[in-house]
Design a protein around this ligand. Structure first.
Ligand code: ADP
Length: 311
């Protein structure tokens, strides 16, 4: 497998006088990559450029073995794209929409129908696939968009805000399917989202874009190492004994202004140790919340730094 599926060198994209992308150098590895950035960062422009839908102003790049800006049609056959906005023809049933997407990629009608059913099964769509799409809930429409993006068996998937508007179960199911596409089918994915926990749940790599520049491109595991896991707790029962036993086990309580108990450690067994100590101390855990999301902290700090640098 090549080290990078996509590599971009010094890409600039201007819309008249507006510079949307400002010297992008980026390599996207096989796996699941999260693309984060505030509104106006240039995420959509970057996606359109990868799909060959907008022309670059300058720079060079390669996407799945094709020069960026050429062979747009071939690239689009290798890439599945799930746009943020709804895109369906009113009056069609769910299965017809997915079949239509398969036909657009060149499959004959019957084969396209067979693929559409196969993919809708994978997406957990039951008899509702025969209903007119106009009557669907947001979650069902997201499933149809997702199915349409993967029906032609693309090598690489670009998902734009795939979980927006989903309820927690639907979100979890969709993320699990995306992860499965990589782990079981070897499909690489670029997922653009505002929902940081989505990135944390399924991504291997994180790219942060702000004001048209790449501000961070790092593996999630490396980023997570930058901060030790920590938990904020409330205890029912003899808190003093619990704190004393945690200290004896090598985990002193950190100062906290909100009256919670906070424990931080590099030890991956920290959560288990907290539960065991609570049991030994004959106390109960009332609440146990992971301390502030480190990816959120990294995102906020990166974007803030970029804003300062440009002001
Ligand atoms: P994001 O997807 O991160 O919100 P976009 O790529 O949509 O960012 O936009 C990046 C910048 O380019 C923004 O300032 C936006 O206003 C501008 N822009 C995007 N599309 C166009 C366009 N077609 N014409 C002019 N400016 C545009």
């Amino acid at each position: 497998m090549p080290e990078f599926l996509i590599s971009l060198t010094n890409i600039v994209k201007n819309y008249k006088t507006m510079r949307a992308l400002d010297g992008i150098d980026l390599g996207i590895k096989p796996g699941v990559t999260g693309l984060l950035g505030p509104n106006g960062a240039g995420k959509s422009t970057l996606i359109k450029l990868l799909l060959g839908l907008v022309r670059i102003t300058s720079g060079t790049g390669n996407i799945l073995g094709h020069d960026l800006g050429s062979h747009g049609r071939q690239v689009r056959n290798l890439v599945g794209y799930m746009p943020e906005d709804d895109c369906y023809i009113p009056g069609m049933s769910g299965v017809e929409v997915v079949q239509f997407a398969a036909c657009l990629s060149g499959l004959p009608t019957i084969e396209a129908l067979r693929r559409a059913h196969e993919i809708l099964d994978f997406c957990g769509m039951k008899q509702e696939r025969y209903r007119i799409i106009d009557t669907y809930s947001t979650g069902m429409r997201q499933k149809i968009k997702f199915a349409s993006a993967i029906v032609h068996d693309p090598q690489f998937l670009i998902l734009d805000e795939p979980t927006s508007g989903l309820d927690p179960e639907e979100r979890e199911a969709l993320l699990a399917r995306v992860r499965m596409l990589w782990t079981q089918c070897g499909k690489s994915v670029l997922i653009s989202t505002h929902i940081l926990p989505d990135v944390q749940a399924i991504c291997d790599e994180v790219v942060i874009l702000s004001q048209g520049k790449i501000r961070l491109n790092e593996s999630l595991s490396k980023l997570s190492q930058t901060k030790s896991p920590s938990f904020s707790l409330r205890i029912l029962g003899n808190e003093e004994t619990f704190v004393k036993n945690m200290k004896q086990n090598g985990f002193p309580n950190l100062p906290n202004s909100e009256g919670d108990l906070v424990f931080e450690s590099n030890d991956p067994r920290l959560a288990e140790i907290i539960w065991n100590t609570a049991r030994e101390s004959e106390t109960k855990i009332h609440s146990m919340i992971p301390a502030r999301n480190s990816l959120e902290e990294i995102f906020m700090a990166t974007v803030k730094e970029a804003t300062h640098a440009n002001s």
